[in-house]
Ligand binder design. Structure first.
Ligand code: MSP
Length: 520
């Protein structure tokens, strides 16, 4: 029986096109999901779209569409983007899905029935782009503390969710589960700024717009978008539905991944909602930093500084974008997107280090052995061989360790360490000086082949297209790239494989030309 592993991305607002900031979370989550599959887990990877709310209603109106037409048009675009980027989700949820809507209604009914909801009047400040309420004291210079934009004073009849009732339980949960929020700093901020000062009951219904889930007991009201949205993580698995086998198998989630601005909703409202539903709390929440524009400001749709992933993929290939995001992308900290950074990552790491290793190795095997990897029973003949092979065999456990800590950039660094070692190995072993010594040559090529095999195997998690292309050049099927094969015995079985030298994996870019293209 494979062990289940349930990972989620946030569901993205269907309010406009997605930019490389959004791609960042999906690429991170996809790499973790792929790595877990490589490790043999039974993975459930969920993503989707958050399609209700005032912002969506307003956007649709601006475009002369119904909200449903508007979100349907974006649904096509979102899925096209994820497919292009090879985001290997197992399920995709839209909050307008009929099943989801029905369950959100049931959740509200249950909360009402057990006394967790009450009707009152809401007065407070609302930020439409963030779909968030704030008290006067939370505002910064009278603006939204999250995005700095104008907020509206709202006064309306609303239903409230008794967060305050669960305050002690939440504090206790934090204490008893030190690993539940990945970052100590985030945990302290949540506890000290939001929880300990006293949780205020949350306004969870709206009457000033219509585009939301109508409350089953009062259809003047629609659901507050965050309750609707957070519930996706369980409705997508069949919670409160006829077939809840997936829910039984995968809940609680192993990892909720998101950027830092929405961590508050996830580690306060969500656990309390789950407590109210008498459900277990997810095991881990991980918030990453932002991709920023030039001046350090968050890349965002409404700021208009979003970089379009389609044009980058079109020009440089999907894996160039995936690599750049994974390598320079923010894990703990914000990181600035720059055209120079992208070009350097492609030229230095993908073209020079990895691309050259593959083309040199395949070219030499073609030249010396007519492209057929020779038999070699003892490829470790001296210390250089020994050190090199050891570094290959220890790579998976090093990558795994970094992946456990969600340090994806460092995990990739471990793969590049082996790639760099392999290039150094070629320089040190000088295969060109052994033209006549076929035995020595077969040892060197055997080790290099094994390095490429192992690198391609791990790259399946991060750069799936590239892994496939390397496998093709190595004369094997990508399904034969297996983590458990990265060992000495398997290395010794590698022989008689037909290697081909194909076009470079990543053509070298002319920096000036590309800067002009990207900065235009
Ligand atoms: N719909 C809510 C999430 C509900 S989840 C129950 C939402 N959507 S969003 O489209 O505005 O953003 C979702 C996520 O996109 C962020 O949390 C983050 O993971 C990702 N990002 C959006 N812009 C980003 C950057 N500039 N940088 C990094 N990640 C970014 O919030």
């Amino acid at each position: 029986m494979k062990k289940p592993f349930y990972i989620t991305t946030p569901i993205y607002y269907a309010s406009g096109n997605l930019h490389i900031g959004h791609c960042c979370t999906s690429i991170f989550a996809d790499s973790i999901a792929r790595f877990k599959r490589l490790e043999g887990y039974d993975v459930m990877f969920l993503t989707g779209a958050d399609e209700h709310g005032q912002k969506v209603e307003e956007k649709a109106k601006e475009l002369g569409m119904t909200p449903q037409e508007f979100v349907d048009s974006l649904d096509i675009k979102f899925k096209e983007l994820w497919n292009l980027l090879h985001i290997s989700y197992d399920r995709y949820i839209r909050t307008t899905d009929k099943n989801h809507v029905e369950v959100v209604k049931k959740i509200y009914q249950k909360l009402l029935d057990q006394g967790d909801l009450y009707k009152s009047e809401y007065e407070g400040w609302y930020c439409v782009p963030c779909e968030s309420f704030f008290t006067e004291s939370q505002l910064v210079d009278d603006k939204c503390p999250d995005c700095g934009r104008e907020v509206k004073l709202m006064k309306e009849e609303s239903y409230f969710f008794r967060l305050s009732k669960y305050q002690k339980r939440l504090e206790q949960y934090y204490e008893e589960h030190p690993d539940f929020i990945r970052l100590e700093a985030t945990k302290h901020e949540m506890l000290n700024s939001f929880i300990k000062p006293g949780l205020q009951d949350l306004c969870v219904s709206r009457t000033s717009f219509k585009w939301g889930v109508p409350l089953p007991f009062d259809d003047k009201h629609v659901s507050y978008v965050w309750i609707d949205a957070l519930a996706n993580y369980i409705t997508a698995l069949g919670y409160m539905q006829e077939d809840d086998s997936l829910f039984k198998k995968y809940w609680p989630a192993d990892l909720h991944l998101m950027a830092k601005e929405i961590v508050r909703f996830h580690v306060i409202i969500w656990p309390i909602l789950l407590m109210a539903l008498d459900l277990p709390i997810p095991k881990r929440f991980h918030a990453h930093g932002w991709v920023t524009g030039k001046n350090g400001a968050k890349m965002s749709k409404s700021m208009g500084n979003g970089v379009n992933p389609l044009s980058i993929c079109d020009r440089y290939g999907v894996d160039a974008l995936r690599y750049y995001i994974l390598r320079n992308g923010p894990i703990m900290k914000d990181s600035e997107y720059s055209a120079e950074g992208l070009i350097n990552a492609i030229n230095n790491d993908l073209c020079n280090s990895l691309g050259n290793l593959l083309s040199r190795t395949t070219a030499m095997i073609v030249q010396n052995f007519n492209g057929v990897l020779p038999k070699c029973e003892n490829s470790v003949q001296n210390d250089i061989d020994k050190y090199f092979v050891e570094s290959i065999i220890s790579m998976p456990s090093k990558v795994k360790e970094k992946m456990e800590d969600i340090e994806l950039n460092n995990a990739i660094q471990e793969i590049w360490n082996v790639i760099n070692n392999a290039n150094k190995y070629i320089e040190e072993t000088t295969p060109w000086s052994y033209k006549e010594d076929k035995q020595r040559l077969s040892a060197i090529f055997s080790n290099l082949y094994f390095a490429l095999y192992s690198v391609a195997t791990l790259l399946k998690a991060f750069l799936p297209d590239t892994a496939k292309r390397i496998a093709q050049d190595l004369g094997i099927d990508e399904d034969e790239l297996k983590l458990e094969n990265i060992n000495d015995e398997y290395k010794n079985t590698l022989q008689n494989l037909t290697v081909t030298k194909n076009a470079p994996l990543f053509p070298r870019l002319k920096v000036e030309e590309e800067l002009k293209f990207l900065n235009n």
